[in-house]
Design a protein around this ligand. Sequence first.
Ligand SMILES: CC(C)(COP(=O)(O)OP(=O)(O)OC[C@H]1O[C@@H](n2cnc3c(N)ncnc32)[C@H](O)[C@@H]1OP(=O)(O)O)[C@@H](O)C(=O)NCCC(=O)NCCS
Length: 349
Amino acid sequence: MAIDYREWRDGDDLALLEIWGDPDTAQARQFRGALAPSSNGRDGTPWRRCIVAEDVIDGVGIPVGAGVVYEASLHPELLWAYVEVARDHRRAGIGATLLTMLRREAAEAPSGVTKLRAKVEPGTAGAAFAEASGLKPIQRSRLVVVEPGALKLPVFPDKDYGGRPVSGENAGSDVVMDLATGSVELTDVVGRYYTSVHTWDSPGVLSAGQVQRLFLDELTGAHGAIVLRAQPESAFGAGVAPGKKGRIRAFAVSYAAAHASDSGAGQGPAGQDDAAPGAPTDVFIGHEPSLAADDAAEAVRDILALIAYQHPVMLELDDSMAALRAAVEPLLENGKARLAAAETLVVSD
Ligand SMILES: CC(C)(COP(=O)(O)OP(=O)(O)OC[C@H]1O[C@@H](n2cnc3c(N)ncnc32)[C@H](O)[C@@H]1OP(=O)(O)O)[C@@H](O)C(=O)NCCC(=O)NCCS
């Protein structure tokens, strides 16, 4: 077998698709889309290097493998990498050669970032290859469906902050509120939460505009948000109506079907392809990052109970999301929540 390596050219995607067939995993499906001509990153497209491996038969090169490495503006401290080799050409060192070549390219990345990261599914050839290549798991991510009524609804006091009785249906109305997805207060807490659960792969400094584009504006499919607030307190003591609302403790943003998650990184809210009746709603749940761990866990559990009271919801659960894990893992154990897809590992140098 004589293998040649060259730069990616237009048309390689079709040639490779024919020889590769269906992708091994959801991650492979996602990252095949990143195979594209190399770019120096000057025209607004991210810096990218893409290499093709050809099997040369009778002087004619047939593409059998490809690898890509590229910068991402979100999570800029690592480079994304992806390698794929046709099934009948695997275990012959082509993947390892492509990765070595990508590393050489990465050493020249204009940002100066050289460390790679990739996504793999545990138990697959990709995961074994990553391990053999020295890429270690830095995060595990699970797509979870929480069944309706899995958690008990929170009980809100039947007296308001001023000690006045509130009737049953109004109980909690000063702590559970709808909020417009364009809200500055919501944008702020969503951005700080996302950053706080990504210390393992920093998103860099997120502007309010970026947070809107990633999670909240119309193009993300965000169609509503509710927040759980702290009880408002009056500066004049109990019995006097406070002028301000309490601080946000937790938030839940829901998305219409086919929410486009952040391209490549895939670390945003879960994606969903269809809107069949009874299909779970895609949600992004988080909390004020400065809350104490047990307070955050309680706030997240309560807001999850509220949004998953009558309808199933789907959410992305990273191991770094301690409060959400505290709410969801017991449900996975008792069968009131299930995995919607295989686990994903983010692996890195
Ligand atoms: C992962 C992939 C690119 C590997 O390509 P490859 O050309 O077979 O890789 P190599 O032959 O260079 O393998 C290098 C080493 O990785 C390990 N490895 C690769 N595939 C393996 C498998 N199926 N089981 C166990 N170990 C494996 C081995 O240690 C191997 O060395 P060895 O063959 O001397 O034992 C290929 O399986 C593939 O295209 N998978 C689907 C796409 C994917 O998941 N990509 C990973 C994301 S980066």
